[in-house]
Ligand binder design. Structure first.
Ligand code: TEU
Ligand code: CA
Length: 569
C-alpha cells in the first residue's frame, strides 16, 4: 500500500534561467523573462517549477558555483524579481522549487576567501584542506589520486599555506566540509531563508556527495592509463550521509516542503531506499543516472557507446519494482540541463519522424510510476545542436575541458573529430541553447545575439507553432498531464510491470490499480513493425492517447514508426 502525497501527484517543469527568456536585450535569460511566460508554463498543465541556480555567482559552472546564497545573480535580476516569480506561480496554483547547491561553493564565496587567506582563519575548517604527498623523486603531489568531474586532479594547491583543497568539480568550486557543524548550521540557515520567502522545496545538487570518507584513500584504477581516477566509492553515499539528510529532512518537514536529491553513482537499492523511504524523513525522491548514462563509452561520456532497449527496460523495471516494494518514490526524467535532448538521443530527430518520436518518448516516460520531470523545450520536442557546429560554438566547461585536454595531449584530428561527434550526441550544451519561442530573430528568446547560439531549426520548432496545434508535441504533453490527473488511481498509484519484456523494439508496460488497468505501448523503431498483442489485452478497452490514429488493438498489429499509445481497460 503506497502512501498518498501531493508531490506524488505533481508534475515538474525545469527552467534553465540563462536560456529561457531574456527580458532586457542583453542576450541572457532572466527572472522577469520567466515571469512573462508563466501562462505558457501553467498552460502546459504542470504543478511545480524547478529553477536551476539563480544565486549570485561568477558563473564558472553556470551558477552551480555560488558566491552568495542570499542574493541573486545580477544578470538574472533581484530578490524582488524572485518574489514576483514566487507570487506569480502561487497565484496560478503552481509550486516553486529552488536548486540548493551545498556540496560546494564558489571560490569567490566570502567563506572560501577567508578560508584560503590563512590557516588561522575561523573559516579554514569550512573546506577540506590536506597536506601534499611527495613522490619518490621528491615531487609534490596531491593528497590522493582522485579525479575532478571536470578533468584533472580533484585537488588544488595553495602555495601560501602549502596545502591542497578538495574540489570534486571545477577548481573554482571548493567542497564544503560537512564534518564541521558550523557548515551544517549554515546550510540549514540558507534553507530557512528561502522557505520563509515562500519556496516550496529544493532540488539538491549532488546531495549524496556531502559526506566524505575522512581518510580519503586513493581510488582504485577504473580507467587504466588515466592519471586521476574516480574516488566516488569514498564520497558517494559516504558514512554520515543519512544523518545529514535527516537534518535537512527535519527542516523540510516543518514547512511541508518537497525535495528531490541528485544522486550520481549510487545504484544499490538498499542505500537508495534509506534516502527516499517514506518514513525515513530524508528526501522525497532522487534523480538516478542509469538511464541517462546509457550510451556512454568505455572510457567515459565522450567515448562512443551503444545501448539496447532491453537494457533500458531492465533499468526502468528495477527502479519501479524496488520503489514499490520498499515504499519509496521515483523521479522520472530523460532530460535536464546536464543531458542531451532525448528525441535525438533515444529516438530520432530525423525530420520525417521527429514529432512522433518525441511523442513516443513522452508516452514511454509520462505514464510510469513516479513524479514526472520535463525540461524546458522537451515539451516541444527540441533536438540536439546541429552536427555542423564546431567546437567554438560549445560553451560548457565539462565538454570543452575534455576536448582541450585531448588536444593538449596531442590527439590526432580523427580522435578530436570523434570527440566532437560524441559531444553533438551527449554534451550538456545540447540542452542549453536558447528556448525557441517563435519564428522571429533569435527565436524570440532575445532581441540581441544570445550568449549561446539558437538552434538553427527554430523556424519550424518553436512554442508559438505548437501551443494552438492539437497534434503538437506540446499538446501531447498537456494530455499526459491531464490524464495523470483524471486517472490518478491507476496512473499515479497503480503498480508497474513490463509486458513482453524481451522485445527489443517495443517498450510495453502495464499499470494496475484494483480493477483498473492501463497498457502503455511505445515502439522505439523508425520503421513499421509487427507486434502481437498479448492475449490478456484482447478485450475491450479505450485508447486514451496516441501519436497516430488507432481505435483498437487485437491480434497481430502493425506499429508505425515510433507509434505509441495508452489503452485503458
Ligand atoms: O551535476 C552533477 C554531476 O554529477 C555532473 O557531473 C553530471 O553527472 C554531469 O553534468 C553529466 O555529464 C550537478 C549539476 O546538475 C551540474 O550542472 C553541475 O555542473 C554539477 O552538479 C556541479 O554542481
Ligand atoms: Ca537578460
Amino acid at each position: 500500500p503506497v502512501h498518498r502525497a501531493w508531490w506524488k501527484e505533481s508534475n515538474v517543469y525545469q527552467i534553465y534561467p540563462a536560456s529561457f527568456k531574456d527580458s532586457n536585450g542583453d542576450g541572457i535569460g532572466d527572472i522577469p523573462g520567466i515571469v512573462s511566460e508563466l501562462d505558457y508554463i501553467a498552460g502546459l498543465g504542470v504543478d511545480i517549477v524547478w529553477l536551476c541556480p539563480c544565486y549570485k555567482s561568477p558563473q564558472v559552472d553556470m551558477g552551480y558555483d555560488i558566491s552568495d546564497y542570499k542574493d541573486i545573480y545580477e544578470k538574472y535580476g533581484t530578490l524582488s524579481d524572485i518574489d514576483d516569480l514566487i507570487s506569480g506561480l502561487h497565484k496560478r496554483g503552481l509550486k516553486f522549487l529552488m536548486d540548493l547547491v551545498v556540496n560546494h561553493t564558489s571560490d569567490q564565496h566570502p567563506w572560501f576567501q577567508s578560508s584560503i587567506s590563512s590557516k588561522d582563519s575561523p573559516y579554514r575548517d569550512w573546506y577540506i584542506w590536506k597536506k601534499p604527498r611527495y613522490a619518490a623523486d621528491g615531487s609534490r603531489q596531491p593528497p590522493n589520486n582522485w579525479a575532478s568531474h571536470f578533468g584533472g586532479s580533484a585537488w588544488e594547491y595553495d602555495a601560501n599555506s602549502d596545502e591542497y583543497y578538495l574540489h570534486l568539480f571545477a577548481k573554482e568550486q571548493p567542497d564544503l566540509n560537512w564534518e564541521n557543524p558550523k557548515v551544517v548550521d549554515a546550510v540549514h540557515d540558507i534553507m530557512r531563508f528561502w522557505l520563509d520567502k515562500g519556496v516550496d522545496g529544493f532540488r539538491m545538487d549532488v546531495i549524496n556527495y556531502i559526506s566524505k570518507e575522512p581518510a580519503m584513500p586513493d581510488a582504485p584504477i577504473t580507467i587504466p592509463g588515466n592519471r586521476y581516477q574516480s574516488g566516488h566509492m569514498f564520497y558517494a553515499n559516504g558514512p554520515r550521509l543519512h544523518e545529514f539528510l535527516q537534518g535537512l529532512g527535519s527542516i523540510l518537514k516543518e514547512y511541508d516542503a518537497f525535495s528531490v536529491g541528485e544522486m550520481p553513482r549510487v545504484y544499490d537499492p538498499t542505500e537508495i531506499i534509506k534516502a527516499v523511504g517514506f518514513d525515513r524523513n530524508e528526501l522525497n525522491m532522487i534523480f538516478q543516472f542509469e538511464i541517462v548514462n546509457l550510451g556512454h563509452g568505455p572510457t567515459g561520456k565522450y567515448s562512443p557507446g551503444t545501448w539496447t532497449l532491453t537494457e533500458l527496460k531492465k533499468i526502468v523495471n528495477k527502479w519501479e519494482a524496488f520503489m514499490e516494494v520498499n515504499d519509496g518514490w521515483n523521479a522520472i526524467y530523460l532530460e535536464n540541463h546536464d543531458q542531451a535532448r532525448s528525441v535525438s538521443r533515444f529516438a530520432s530527430d530525423a525530420p520525417k519522424v521527429r514529432k512522433v518520436a518525441a511523442q513516443m518518448l513522452a508516452t514511454f516516460l509520462g505514464f510510469q510510476s513516479g513524479t514526472i520531470f520535463v525540461y524546458q523545450g522537451q515539451e516541444l520536442g527540441l533536438a540536439n545542436v546541429p552536427k555542423t557546429w564546431g567546437v567554438d560554438k560549445y560553451r560548457d566547461l565539462e565538454s570543452l575541458n575534455n576536448y582541450e585536454e585531448h588536444a593538449a595531449a596531442g590527439a590526432s584530428k580523427d580522435v578530436l573529430d570523434s570527440i566532437l561527434s560524441e559531444m553533438q550526441k551527449k554534451a550538456r550544451d545540447n540542452a542549453r541553447t536558447p528556448m525557441q519561442w517563435d519564428t522571429t530573430a533569435y527565436a524570440g528568446f532575445s532581441s540581441a545575439a544570445p550568449w549561446m547560439d539558437v538552434n538553427e531549426d527554430y523556424k519550424e520548432w518553436n512554442a508559438k507553432a505548437q501551443v494552438n496545434d492539437t497534434s503538437s508535441v506540446y499538446a501531447y504533453w498537456q494530455s499526459i498531464f491531464h490524464l495523470r490527473r483524471e486517472f490518478k488511481d491507476v496512473l499515479v498509484y497503480g503498480t508497474f510491470s513490463l509486458v513482453d519484456a524481451l522485445n527489443e523494439s517495443v517498450f510495453a508496460y502495464k499499470r494496475v490499480y484494483g480493477s483498473s488497468e492501463a497498457l502503455i505501448v511505445a515502439s522505439f523503431k523508425d520503421t513499421e513493425i509487427k507486434w502481437t498483442v498479448p492475449q490478456e489485452y484482447v478485450k475491450p478497452g479505450k485508447i486514451l492517447l496516441t501519436n497516430y490514429d488507432r481505435s483498437d488493438i487485437a491480434g497481430e498489429i502493425v506499429l508505425r514508426p515510433f507509434e505509441a499509445f495508452i489503452l485503458l481497460i
